[in-house]
Design a protein around this ligand. Structure first.
Ligand code: PLP
Length: 359
């Protein structure tokens, strides 16, 4: 079969395996399978659902709209925009929220559409992205419970995103205590405590997750097989469900240091070079318009990526035992940023279980 390069290859069997493993590891914890990094690719969402995941989470309404007919509950992860409230109610069943004005708008829209929408109130636990301050939680909750069309199901937190704060018994303990406090003050039940994203997985694996945490929102840990607090492989999961391939378009021996007056590179940076004499190098037909270059992990460990512009990637292959030539294909593993960029770039072909797909 004629392949188009650069491409990303997706192995659905490995993703299915990882999703099933996550469900087993997270016994007693309800998993929201997060698919934003793969733009809610239909086959990957379908694979999550087949593996037994009942709720799919995405940050973008556009992605949830793509899967509107799939048999799963849909969760909007990014706190809703006022301008999108109509679609929020139409295409998601649950949303994470931190602003009472927006929740009021959602309530109004629910009445209009004759729908009930579930709300998880996000609480700030130190990472400083979304969430109300815990001392305001009771006040905001008191308003939420009065709103028609809104089913207030629980609280949640998001960690290790802006501030890099790692989930632990202290911040998760405060989340649980705040939930308990709201329940006591208002005489209501909030059954869901959503204890974070893939950075919380390490606590589940270690067996130190507080038992009250009964919900997690997991993307990267299922798709790439590691936690995101310490980046340790999750036992029994595959880390290579995604492979990026790019083609060699030049192979030359050249100096390692540019010569001439040095100004700025294509991205406005002042480049620095280490003089290692002449090196064997290749240029690959992939670039920063397609991928986060620092997130590419060459399968040939002896290749070193030394630079990239919008559409060219330069690698030092001096130490490789392979003799690269034009037309050769070089393979890479991906980190989260590289996966995100590749799945979003229209210049990267996607092959799912070896079949070409349009996304
Ligand atoms: C992206 C996101 C997640 C999932 O993050 P992963 O690291 O991929 O598990 C969970 N919750 C929220 C609010 C998010 O924005």
């Amino acid at each position: 079969m004629n392949r188009y390069y650069p491409c990303i290859e997706v192995d659905l069997d490995k993703i299915r395996h990882n999703a099933e493993a996550a469900i087993i590891i997270c016994k007693g914890i309800d998993i929201t399978g997060v698919t934003k990094v793969v733009c809610s690719n239909l086959q990957i969402v379908k694979t999550f659902i087949e593996a037994g995941i009942k709720t799919i989470g995405d940050s973008r309404i556009l992605n949830l709209k793509k899967i509107k007919d799939f048999p799963c509950q849909k969760m909007l992860l990014r706190i809703p925009s006022k301008s999108q409230v109509e679609d929020v109610v139409r295409y998601s069943d649950i949303s994470l929220n931190s602003d009472i004005d927006v929740i009021r708008e959602i309530s109004r829209e629910c009445v209009k559409q004759e729908k009930v929408h579930k709300i998880i109130l996000m609480l700030e636990m130190g990472d400083l992205r979304e969430g109300v301050m815990p001392y305001d939680a009771v006040k905001v909750s008191r308003e939420i419970v009065e709103l028609p069309g809104i089913q207030f199901i629980g609280v949640g937190t998001n960690l290790t995103c802006y501030g890099g704060v790692i989930p632990d018994n202290d911040n998760l303990g405060r989340l649980i205590k705040t939930r308990d406090h709201i329940e006591e003050e208002l005489g209501i039940k909030l059954p869901v405590i959503s204890g974070g994203n893939s950075s919380s997985m390490y606590k589940v694996v270690e067996g130190t997750m507080p038992e009250q945490i009964n919900s997690l929102r997991l993307g990267e840990s299922i798709l790439l097989g590691h936690d995101t607090a310490y980046f340790r492989k999750i036992p029994g999961m595959y880390e290579d469900a995604f492979i990026v391939k790019a083609e060699v378009i030049e192979r030359e021996v050249k100096p390692s240091v540019p010569y001439g007056d040095i100004g700025l590179d294509a991205f406005g940076n002042k480049p620095k070079f280490e003089d290692r004499g002449y090196i064997k190098r290749v240029i690959l037909a992939i670039g920063r318009q397609d991928v986060k270059v620092s997130g590419l992990i060459p399968k040939d460990r002896d290749i070193k990526i030394i630079g990239a512009s919008s559409d060219h990637l330069i690698a030092d292959v001096t130490n490789s035992s392979r003799e690269y030539k034009t037309g050769d294909i070089v393979e890479f593993g991906v980190d989260y940023g590289a996966l995100l960029a590749c799945m979003t770039s229209e210049y990267i072909s996607k092959y799912i279980n070896s079949e070409a797909v349009l996304v």
